[in-house]
Design a protein around this ligand. Structure first.
Ligand SMILES: *[C@@H]1O[C@H](CO)[C@@H](O)[C@H](O)[C@H]1NC(C)=O
Ligand SMILES: *[C@@H]1O[C@H](CO)[C@@H](O)[C@H](O)[C@H]1NC(C)=O
Ligand SMILES: *[C@@H]1O[C@H](CO)[C@@H](O)[C@H](O)[C@H]1NC(C)=O
Ligand SMILES: [Zn+2]
Length: 488
């Protein structure tokens, strides 16, 4: 009975030696407690100085209004440049103009609104998030970041303070972050950051229309030759800031509305295929089976153990730095979300089973170490069961660290906002790690990035159950306003 385990070449290559770099990345300070910088001088005033009618009531009304702008009936769906996305973009433009911003749409359908103060420097501060959604989405993911930026700038406009900003400020509503239509995330922000491959314009959606076709349908004439004109020059920007719902349960569990984001986890997506011997469920004795289904089950359970207790698998034989194990176990998450079997019949021992693996951690080298260990263990399990296993690497993104300077400004702005709202000291603003990708990841190729997270109910997102309290929308707007005021 011939059998062997074939493992993707990459995993046998010697360049993957885990834990040889003693100094890398940061220890993840989930809930790092360092004293908030209270250097921002904003006097505590009555709550009507806090612009609840703009930063809360109007912002919430706009979020709900955008939540109804959908391509689906009875559920929220806005994909790249779909009719609903165009309508949403137009609404956002009117709101930007209402806040005193000059607006335009770029060659990838991103909506921009800019305030250009008279004596400002030539480096613009960019603030943004995405206007597209997943299918059956919640209405805060992406939208909250766009709306809170517009509201904060509206406050500076009505108080006459936007004229005194030291830097131009530009709000950007990105056309695609979720990647639903073209299965390619960050179309909008990647183009702006200059990291979108020109070939992406030829990627087709399910109906066969390419990115370029869809742009053209909307009177945007972007070609492979002039895609690069969308790119911003690093010298023209000061940094990028994004407000986003947390999409996790931590802020709710500690009872605070805002957190600063330390960094965004890196990610690898793999496909693991197990081939065995297809056969009759009634006639092949148990001892003579090469069943890929049970091998897949064993591999999935192994993956869970590996990601729950990486320290048990990755040896600290002197090479491994304690920080790496610590940052790894603090942020590592692994998921098998999709599984398919062939021929998928109740009376047939499957011939082939494949499943997806999604691995994320803030620790890029730790992620390689996990994949290396996974492939070793896979080899062992598949040999033992006489099935063939292949690991195929589909997608990689390195972790992104947020900028220390922007983070401390955002932290003190969030602290100020919460203190003003509560009328008393609310303690430290927590620092979290982001397990989800954001436009800030693409923007980090252009400039330094900083992020604020906003509490969402139950940590739920990508669902109509997604919810943010009205006062938390207010807190987000107030924090961005306080952040902008540090640039006055
Ligand atoms: C506020 O915005 C309006 C346009 O809506 C503009 O005319 C006005 O100059 C802006 N005010 C300041 C102080 O920038
Ligand atoms: C811009 O600079 C000029 C010259 O220094 C000054 O007169 C003017 O008041 C400044 N404008 C603002 C809005 O700060
Ligand atoms: C890109 O090229 C097309 C075709 O030559 C042209 O119509 C379009 O205006 C160009 N776009 C930009 C942003 O220059
Ligand atoms: Zn999002």
């Amino acid at each position: 009975m011939a059998s062997h385990s074939a493992i993707n070449e990459l995993y046998n290559s010697s360049k993957l030696i885990p834990c040889v770099f003693p100094l890398f990345l940061i220890v993840i300070l989930l809930l790092s407690i360092s004293s908030a910088d209270s250097s921002t001088h904003i006097s505590d005033g009555p709550k009507n100085d806090l612009f609840p009618e703009i930063l809360r009531d109007e912002a919430v009304a706009r979020i709900y209004e955008l939540g109804k702008v959908s391509d689906g009936h009875g559920y929220l769906e806005r994909t790249f440049l779909s009719p609903a996305s165009i309508r949403a973009g137009n609404l956002i433009r009117t709101w930007m103009e209402d806040a005193g911003l000059t607006t335009w749409v770029d060659g990838l359908g991103n909506v921009h609104g800019r305030v250009q103060p008279p004596n400002a420097s030539n480096k613009a501060l960019l603030i943004g998030s995405h206007l597209d959604t997943v299918v059956d989405a919640g209405m805060f993911d992406g939208t909250l970041g766009i709306i809170s930026a517009i509201s904060a700038l509206k406050v500076l406009n009505v108080t006459g303070r936007s004229r005194h900003l030291q830097h131009p400020v530009e709000v950007i509503a990105f056309s695609d972050e979720e990647g639903v239509r073209f299965q390619s995330t960050f179309l909008g922000s990647a183009a702006l950051a200059g990291v979108l491959p020109a070939s992406t314009l030829q990627v087709p959606d399910k109906s066969g229309l390419t990115v370029q076709n869809v742009l053209k349908e909307n009177l945007i004439d972007t070609t492979e030759e002039n895609l690069s004109q969308i790119k911003y020059e690093p010298e023209s920007v000061l940094g990028y800031v994004e407000v986003h719902i947390e999409q996790g349960p931590v802020l709710e569990s500690i009872g605070l509305p805002l957190a600063v984001v330390k960094g965004i986890a890196g990610q690898t997506r793999l496909k693991l295929t197990v081939r065995g011997s297809q056969g009759h469920a009634g006639t092949v004795p148990m001892s003579m089976r090469q069943d890929p289904m049970v091998a897949a089950a064993e591999l999935i359970v192994l993956l869970e153990s590996l990601c729950k207790h990486p320290q048990d698998f990755i040896s600290s034989n002197g090479h491994c730095n304690a920080f790496s194990i610590e940052s790894l176990s603090g942020s590592l998450v692994c998921t098998v979300g999709e599984i398919s079997t062939w021929p998928s019949a109740s009376n047939v021992i499957p011939g082939q089973v494949s499943f997806t693996i999604d691995i994320r951690t803030i620790d890029d080298i730790g992620r390689e170490a996990i994949i290396y260990e996974l492939s070793n263990q896979m080899h062992r399990i598949c040999d033992g069961r006489s099935v063939s296993c292949f690991l195929d690497r589909k997608h990689d993104a390195d972790a992104v660290n947020c900028d220390g300077g922007l983070n401390s400004q955002l932290k003190s702005a969030a602290y100020t906002a919460l203190k003003r709202m509560a009328g008393e000291d609310i303690g430290d603003v927590p620092v979290l790690m982001s397990g989800a990708g954001h436009d800030a990841m693409a923007m980090s190729h252009l400039t330094k990035v900083g992020m604020l997270f906003v509490r969402c109910r139950g940590g739920i997102s990508h669902s109509p159950e997604e919810h943010v309290l009205e006062d938390d929308v207010w807190a987000a707007g107030l924090a961005i306003q306080a952040f902008l005021e540090t640039n006055l």
